[in-house]
Design a protein around this ligand. Structure first.
Ligand SMILES: Nc1nc2c(ncn2[C@@H]2O[C@H](COP(=O)(O)OP(=O)(O)OP(=O)(O)O)[C@@H](O)[C@H]2O)c(=O)[nH]1
Ligand SMILES: [Mg+2]
Length: 261
């Protein structure tokens, strides 16, 4: 039975690059890794997909055929993919691999927050063991209130997708090591994080310290692993975290979100 790794994140956060890196890393460990591309608008993939949703639905063709803009085309494409789900699921279930890495579309909100995205993921995984990785761009995590909004989004995506989720701080090669350390410390020492947030006007308008003391522990139950998909930083640690989730013996596809505790 294969293990599924679903790669999620905002546009440009590095999903496609990490998909390629993770698949190379697994091959380097002598494990068979298959890749599923779920992005109907993908142009230059950095890997050769074993199953490619563009063989079924191509967002550019949908745009021309129905006279739609890029976002409208993605919404219709997701619905068209959902309509051909049994064929795609069959192709995925015929893959012989230890791991199946799933790259998802760039426009996260059009995929995860609509009905089709979670339905497609559930159908492909079909009750087998799976973990989702949510990518946070390091540049968006340097400022505490921006880190908070990324963590809120991560939690919201976890709620939609419903798999055990690991959060990744990607592109750490672009920021100073001291910044990476500070962000990771915020996750472990939440008092320091809350302190920094309280001094932010945009946060204080919405939440006071008591609110933050209730909210932040819920957002920091997720592991946050610093990685660089281009420079292979943190990929060993990521693989170990994936092992902890997948070998944990839980049923990871549940109706309830199940973040790693
Ligand atoms: N420096 C650096 N650049 C990265 C890293 N990961 C991805 N990138 C770059 O970020 C850009 C976007 O990467 P992609 O892998 O295409 O991101 P994506 O999330 O698949 O993008 P969409 O599918 O368009 O949403 C590319 O120029 C990558 O080379 C990283 O770890 N470090
Ligand atoms: Mg991509």
């Amino acid at each position: 039975m294969p293990y599924f790794i679903v790669i999620l994140g905002t546009a440009g956060s590095g999903k496609t690059t990490l998909t390629a890196t993770l698949s190379d890393y697994l091959s380097y460990l002598n494990l068979d890794a298959a890749i599923v591309n779920l992005d109907p608008a993908a142009e230059n993939l950095k890997y050769k997909p074993d199953v490619d949703v563009r063989d079924y639905v191509n967002a550019r063709e949908v745009m021309e055929k129905y006279g739609l803009g890029p976002n409208g085309s993605l919404i219709v494409s997701a619905d068209l993919i959902a309509a051909r789900l049994s064929e795609i699921s069959e192709e995925v279930s015929s893959l012989k691999a230890n791991y199946i890495v799933i790259d998802t579309p760039g426009q996260l909100e059009l995929f995860a927050f609509r009905e089709a995205g979670p339905l497609i993921i559930r159908s492909l995984i079909s009750g087998q063991k799976a973990v989702s990785l949510f990518l946070i761009d390091s540049i968006l995590a340097e400022d505490p209130s921006s880190l908070l909004s990324s963590l809120l989004l991560a939690s919201s995506i976890n709620l939609r997708i419903g798999l055990s989720q690991i959060n990744l701080l990607n592109k750490v090669d672009l920021i100073d090591d001291s910044e990476v350390k500070r962000i990771i410390e915020y996750m472990e020492n939440i008092d320091g994080f809350i302190e920094s947030l309280c001094s932010r006007r945009e946060v204080a308008i919405l939440w006071d310290r008591v609110d933050l003391e209730a909210l932040i522990p819920r957002l920091t139950v997720y592991e946050l692993i610093p990685v660089s998909a281009t420079n292979w930083i943190g990929i060993d640690e990521l693989y170990a975290a994936i092992q902890r989730v997948i070998a944990g013996g839980e049923d990871y596809l549940t109706e309830e979100p199940s973040p790693i505790l």
